[in-house]
Design a protein around this ligand. Structure first.
Ligand SMILES: Cc1cc2nc3c(=O)[nH]c(=O)nc-3n(C[C@H](O)[C@H](O)[C@H](O)COP(=O)(O)OP(=O)(O)OC[C@H]3O[C@@H](n4cnc5c(N)ncnc54)[C@H](O)[C@@H]3O)c2cc1C
Length: 554
């Protein structure tokens, strides 16, 4: 076996100057002024935005004198090993590197391939990324398609009418965070690997185990090599080998919790320049969640006239059901068209313009919150620690927030000293927040499952035949379901609070479950201006409002 010892390198650390930070409440109070100021500096170009950031960095290093300081270097920081070069591992590595730490990432695949379509990064994720590496955040914004500036929300799957419209701009504007966007996962990994430095990523290497050895941790690879560091980050995904070792799990049967749904996903060419959309105007609508019993359908504009959709079907786990095996249909697209045939034309239209070979299937799993994230000098991060259901589009976002916090805590260590305390603080700052997002993601799925627009719709399977038939007769009368009436009223009151918590955390301290965006510490809050740093859309405040009596509004 070869023991590889890593050497410490140096790099720039960054903090925002006290005077430049606009607090969330102050931002709200001075929003117009801030936004006007933003307009003057941000309208010219992305280059200008980059220049503005440079001023922040220079001031930060120069202290109050305002002079440009020499780049500070930190030689006495922990050496960081990272198992897994997915979103979590790469961002954690980039965050540690920017704080001045020496990092090495071990990634199982030999080469990243385009996979999985686009990913949504909400305002909290982008805020944390901006705090970690502003240049990477800029690239993400350049490549991404903003969806958070349009009407988003829940609809009745059959009628296609709005059940609840969100305004996802509000938490961004109120907290000086970027608008939600989507971008290709492949492009995201490319930006992140560049940020880490390809020389710091060992592709085609698998970490099989770790050992805490005195004041070091040793990672063993499948090829027999051993690497020693001060800390090892286990970012090896939901089926983590390192978590299995730490918690004594069977690595072949990780304790994943099945959501009750499988998801079928594809990207389809929905609007211009490919075709004229008939039922949804992507210039006005960002993402939509079509609700219905036993299935729901989520679709989002992902730029370039494409929509990505997720069709969730309530089926047993494992892919052994008739839909997964596709025995009665030519392909998944036909199966989905059959399953959604009574749904609104907006859903069917997306299926119709899908290429059959583009539909992929997977079981939806999460992990029950478990505070065992740390073992000596090894810490879990991302899906290995806190995998959530995809209903809120927050799994990757939480990985970015966790990376920001982990690097923040590790940067307070001196060499190998204090690493264990830093890891404990990281877990303490992140557990409540990720647990809350886990619960909210599960709750969304439950709400989708139990949603019924009219009394008698989709009677439960366990009803006796006669009761089922009675409810089916009742459903013909189209009486609004009391549950959906109450549900809409509750959503109208609670959704703005949930959006604020998920997107920005209400300014609550991280340890109490607030978001970890670095606002007020490592980034200067800022807002985007339609027509300048965000697209100009033909939308008014009225478009975001529900119309009608609460409970029956559209
Ligand atoms: C259908 C769906 C839609 C989603 N949509 C969104 C969304 O819109 N927004 C969002 O924020 N999140 C979304 N998520 C969640 C998000 O994809 C995950 O939370 C995120 O990818 C987790 O990143 P990770 O790096 O922790 O894990 P992974 O992405 O699983 O990466 C783990 C990496 O580690 C490597 N690896 C594994 N084992 C080893 C080993 N032993 N040694 C070395 N390398 C190893 C793997 O090759 C992989 O590259 C979605 C998830 C699903 C299922």
């Amino acid at each position: 076996m070869t023991m590889v010892s890593l050497t410490t390198t140096t790099s720039l650390t960054r903090a925002a100057p006290v005077g430049a930070v606009v607090g969330a409440r102050a931002q709200r109070r001075y929003g117009t002024r801030t936004r006007r100021a933003e307009r003057t500096s941000a309208d010219v170009s992305k280059t200008t935005r980059r220049a503005r950031r440079v001023v922040v960095v220079a001031n930060a290093d120069a202290g109050e004198s305002g002079e440009t300081a020499a780049v500070t270097t930190k030689k006495n920081l922990p050496k960081v090993l990272v198992a897994g070069g997915g979103i979590a591992g790469l961002i954690a590595a980039a965050a540690c590197k920017r704080k001045g730490m020496d990092v090495t990432v071990f990634e199982k695949v030999k080469k990243y391939e385009p996979f999985g379509g686009p990913i949504q990064l909400q305002c909290n994720a982008q805020g944390a990324l901006d705090s970690i590496c502003p240049d990477m955040a800029e690239k993400v914004m350049e490549k991404g398609t903003i969806t958070g500036d349009r009407v988003n929300g829940l609809l009745d799957g059959v009628s296609g009418e709005w059940f609840y419209r969100f305004d996802t701009r509000k938490p961004c504007h109120d907290n000086g965070l970027p608008l939600t966007l989507v971008l290709s996962r492949f492009e995201l990994l490319d930006i992140l690997s560049e940020g880490v430095g390809t020389e710091n990523i060992e592709m085609g290497t698998v970490v099989t185990s770790y050992e805490n050895k005195g004041d070091k941790v040793v990672a063993t690879l499948a090829d027999g090599r051993e690497f020693e560091g001060d800390v090892l980050i286990g970012a090896d995904g939901i089926r983590s080998k390192l978590r299995a070792q730490m918690r004594g799990e069977d690595p072949e049967k990780p304790p994943l919790a099945y959501a009750g749904y499988a998801v079928y996903t594809a990207v389809c060419k929905y609007s211009q320049p490919h075709r004229e959309p008939q039922h949804t105007d992507p210039n006005k609508v960002g993402y939509q969640v079509f609700l219905g019993p036993k299935q729901y359908f989520v679709s989002s504009d992902v730029g370039n006239g494409e929509q990505q959709y997720y069709a969730f079907l309530e089926v047993p786990a494992g892919g052994d059901d008739e839909f997964a095996k596709c025995e009665n249909w030519e392909n998944y697209r036909e199966m989905l068209m059959d399953r959604f045939k009574d749904w609104c034309p907006a859903v069917m239209e997306r299926l119709e313009c899908t290429r059959p070979e583009d539909v992929e299937r997977r079981d939806v799993n999460d992990l029950l919150p478990d505070p065992r994230w740390i073992d000596g000098r090894m810490a879990l991060l991302g899906d290995s620690a806190h995998a959530v259901q995809p209903n809120l589009g927050q799994g990757g976002g939480q990985a970015i927030e966790s990376s920001y916090v982990l690097a923040d805590e590790l940067s307070k260590c001196e060499g190998g000293k204090g690493v264990q305390t830093a890891l404990m603080k990281y877990a303490a700052r992140r557990f409540l927040r990720t647990g809350a997002i886990h619960g909210l993601s599960r709750f969304s799925s439950l709400m989708n499952t139990f949603y019924r627009r009219h009394l008698g719709d989709e009677p439960y399977d366990w009803y006796p035949e006669s009761v089922r038939n009675m409810w089916l007769e009742v459903s013909k009368a189209k009486i609004p379901h009391p549950g959906s009436v109450m549900g809409q009223i509750i959503l109208m009151g609670s959704m703005p609070i949930i959006l604020e918590y998920v997107g920005a955390g209400y300014g609550i301290p991280g340890v109490l479950g607030g978001a970890s965006t670095g606002n007020g510490k490592d980034r200067v809050p800022r807002s985007q201006i339609p027509g300048i740093s965000a697209p100009l859309r033909d939308l008014t405040a009225e478009d975001f409002k529900m119309r009608g009596i609460p409970g029956l509004a559209k």
